[in-house]
Design a protein around this ligand. Structure first.
Ligand SMILES: Nc1ncnc2c1ncn2[C@@H]1O[C@H](COP(=O)(O)OP(=O)(O)O)[C@@H](O)[C@H]1O
Ligand SMILES: [Mg+2]
Length: 336
């Protein structure tokens, strides 16, 4: 495994000098349908056992392409985890291994402490409990109407029809899909299809939802709706794992960040630590979040002290400027 100890931060580890987690009071909620950053103390990765883990997983496709190289990582229970990396770094391959659609060439996938088994019955149960939301909703939706699509899993699980129907109605209400239930799925917008695909996974009552690039290709408002929906599921106690190359969104949304590069684990840890490591991001083929870049330049210009924590949102950065830069600028400016 190729983890560089100088920049790979285990969950709960002390950040390197000059890099700290977001201050609680600065991590304020945005107004309106925006991405929400939570206080870091709300999430303690170190205390949470992994809901899923990959242990020394190597995966090669039949044509010989090795997509995952001796990959070991843990997905902490009850957290919002973002798996980041450039196109082709192995995010989708990892997700397909995590819910048993693909089987590692070598190594082990562990779910709630148990290595997963690949017999039919075990895989059925695994896929109910590890709900995968595909990147392309068209590969997930197949029934004629939204209600039929969401009902498919429950009606095939062996639940009584009464229980299955009640569960379906509950999920439709929870996901605010009420006005779409009788619409043909092929007539939905891309963003609506994404929400229906999430509902179709949620209705199976998984304990972890892994969503492959759930916000890719969505406009800002639909992105916010999808993230709000994932937050609602997280508030209900579920572990949520997403893949993305959107560093801004991951910084604001996630409790825990994992960075992959060419099928290798490059780093994992608090988003503010991982996503402020310029060298690491460059190696992963990603750019630093704009808010981190602005913070770095403001520090360089002497407007923020080295002790100022890394902001996760524009609101965080504004709070830092009000606290630190405003008094300095006021002191510097000559009296009128
Ligand atoms: N069916 C396939 N056959 C061969 N190679 C594949 C297949 N699917 C993906 N790959 C390769 O595996 C690597 C990882 O791809 P993928 O998991 O899709 O990455 P990501 O989701 O991060 O974009 C890439 O090099 C990609 O070309
Ligand atoms: Mg992918």
């Amino acid at each position: 495994m190729s983890i560089d100890p100088t920049r790979s931060h285990a969950p709960g580890a002390t950040p390197p000098p000059g890099v700290q987690d977001t201050e609680g009071e600065a991590a304020a909620r945005h107004n309106g349908p925006r991405i929400v950053a939570r206080r870091p103390e709300e999430a303690t990765p170190a205390a949470a056992p992994p809901v899923l883990a990959a242990e020394a997983v190597t995966f090669a496709y039949p044509d010989g392409t090795v997509a995952l190289h001796d990959l070991s990582l843990q997905l902490p229970q009850g957290l919002r985890v973002a798996i980041l990396g450039a196109n082709g770094c192995g995010k989708t391959t990892l997700f397909l291994n995590l819910n048993g659609i693909l089987r590692p060439t070598s190594g082990t996938i562990v779910h709630n402490g148990e290595p997963i088994a690949y017999d039919r019955q075990s895989l059925r149960e695994l896929r109910r409990r590890v709900g995968l939301v595909f990147q392309d909703p068209d590969s997930q939706l197949f029934a004629a109407s939204v209600r039929q699509d969401i009902s498919f899993g429950p009606l095939n699980l062996g639940w009584s029809e009464e229980v299955a129907r009640a569960k379906v109605e509950q999920v439709i209400a929870d996901t605010n899909l009420g006005e779409l239930v009788d619409r043909p799925t092929h007539m939905l917008s891309y963003g609506q299809k994404k929400r229906v695909a999430i509902a179709g996974v949620l209705v199976m009552e998984p304990d972890v939802i892994i969503a492959d690039e759930p916000t890719a290709g969505l406009d800002p408002e639909t992105t916010a709706r999808v993230l709000d929906l994932l937050d609602t599921l997280h508030d209900a106690g579920r572990s949520i794992v997403i893949s993305t190359h959107d560093v801004e969104m991951a910084l604001a949304w996630a409790d825990h960040a994992i960075v992959l590069g060419r099928g290798h684990l490059l780093a994992e840890g608090p988003p503010a630590t991982v996503l402020s490591d310029e060298h690491l991001l460059r190696e992963a083929g990603l750019l630093p979040p704009l808010v981190v870049e602005a913070y770095r330049q403001l520090r360089g210009a002497g407007l923020l002290p080295a002790s100022a924590p890394v902001p996760r949102t524009v609101e965080d950065l504004t709070a830092l400027l009000v606290r630190h830069a405003k008094p300095r600028l006021a002191a510097d400016s000559p009296p009128e």
